[in-house]
Design a protein around this ligand. Structure first.
Ligand SMILES: Nc1ncnc2c1ncn2[C@@H]1O[C@H](COP(=O)(O)OP(=O)(O)OP(=O)(O)O)[C@@H](O)[C@H]1O
Ligand SMILES: [Mg+2]
Length: 282
């Protein structure tokens, strides 16, 4: 048995660091693959859910939650898996992936083919909030996943996702506003936005976009009157002050786990371990 105290922290430590990958005593290995708008990530866990390896690359294979570059996506997942398999003494043959809420029809077959194309038997294709809740274990509440190009909204009752919606606004739009405001390139804006030391100067400029994201989320969530809290995941929630703006607009207590961008991908990997009824079986 391979012991670690904090799987998410461990994940961050080993991400793209093969020297930290450890497959000792693993009986079975599973791959969780997240094909996001901003990045593609493959996380390998063992039969106990412990992260053993993780590889990530910035990609532009998805847009507004849909895979727009099938070959690019296939090649990226192939490269990530090949890199991991090169270091791994036992086969990695099973995996899971996910899709943003409301994109099931468009994404289900595509993502399944991509995993099969890299030699993974697909155990699960589940929606992203259900994946996130594998980690968060919320019983009654909401999840808002603000990624690169999309914001996914989900309501959970008695531990099950009962409602989802998706909005094509995310971190990309924050960077675009920043680029316009400073009259700089998108890439430079992205750099400034993700520099924690510059959060204080960035926040007032991107505030209207955050307010727009949260007011859309609020509209979806207002139908549910007994929500206890909202949990924020996705890379955009890393921005200092983001949580407070969302909480104010939605009128619910907001909670942001540490390293919010790894919650959904880690949940995808964990979903391989139990076949519950919430997910789409293939
Ligand atoms: N420290 C940070 N501060 C602000 N924004 C950040 C930070 N780190 C990452 N981001 C932003 O988070 C976004 C990526 O989030 P995430 O990794 O959850 O996206 P994704 O899953 O690839 O996209 P999607 O879920 O929309 O398909 C990008 O817009 C990126 O600029
Ligand atoms: Mg995402």
């Amino acid at each position: 048995m391979h012991f670690i105290t904090d799987p998410i922290e461990h994940l961050k430590k080993i991400l793209n660091h093969p020297e930290g990958w450890n497959f000792t005593d693993a009986k079975e290995l599973y791959a969780g693959v997240d094909l996001g708008t901003y990045k593609t990530i493959a996380i390998i866990i063992d039969e106990a859910g412990v992260p053993r390896a993780a590889s990530m690359r910035k990609t532009e294979v998805a847009r507004s939650g849909l895979i727009v570059d099938y070959v690019g996506a296939l090649n990226t997942v192939h490269d990530l898996m090949e890199e991991i398999r090169k270091h791994c003494p036992i086969p990695i043959e099973k995996g899971a992936t996910s899709y943003p809420p409301q994109t099931e029809y468009a994404n289900l077959k595509t993502t399944t083919y991509i995993l099969e194309g890299v030699g993974l038997e697909v155990l699960k294709v589940l929606d992203e909030p259900t994946a996130a809740n594998q980690v968060l274990k919320i019983k009654n509440g909401a999840i808002v996943d603000v990624g690169g190009g999309t914001t996914g909204i989900a309501v959970i009752k008695n531990g099950t996702v009962v409602y989802t919606n998706d909005e094509a606004t995310g971190g990309v739009h924050l960077s675009l506003v920043l680029a316009g405001n400073y009259k700089i390139s998108y890439e430079k804006a992205e750099e400034i936005k993700t520099d924690k030391k510059k959060n204080r100067e960035v926040l007032p400029i991107v505030r209207p976009v955050i307010e727009k994201i949260s007011s859309i989320a609020a509209t979806y969530l207002e139908e549910f009157d007994d929500l206890e809290k909202v949990c924020l995941v996705g890379g955009t929630c890393e921005l200092e002050g983001f949580k407070e703006i969302v909480a104010q607009n939605i009128g619910l207590e907001a909670f942001r786990p540490r390293l919010p961008q790894f919650i959904t991908p880690f949940g995808i990997a964990l979903s391989c371990l139990d076949a519950n009824e919430d997910s789409v079986r293939v």
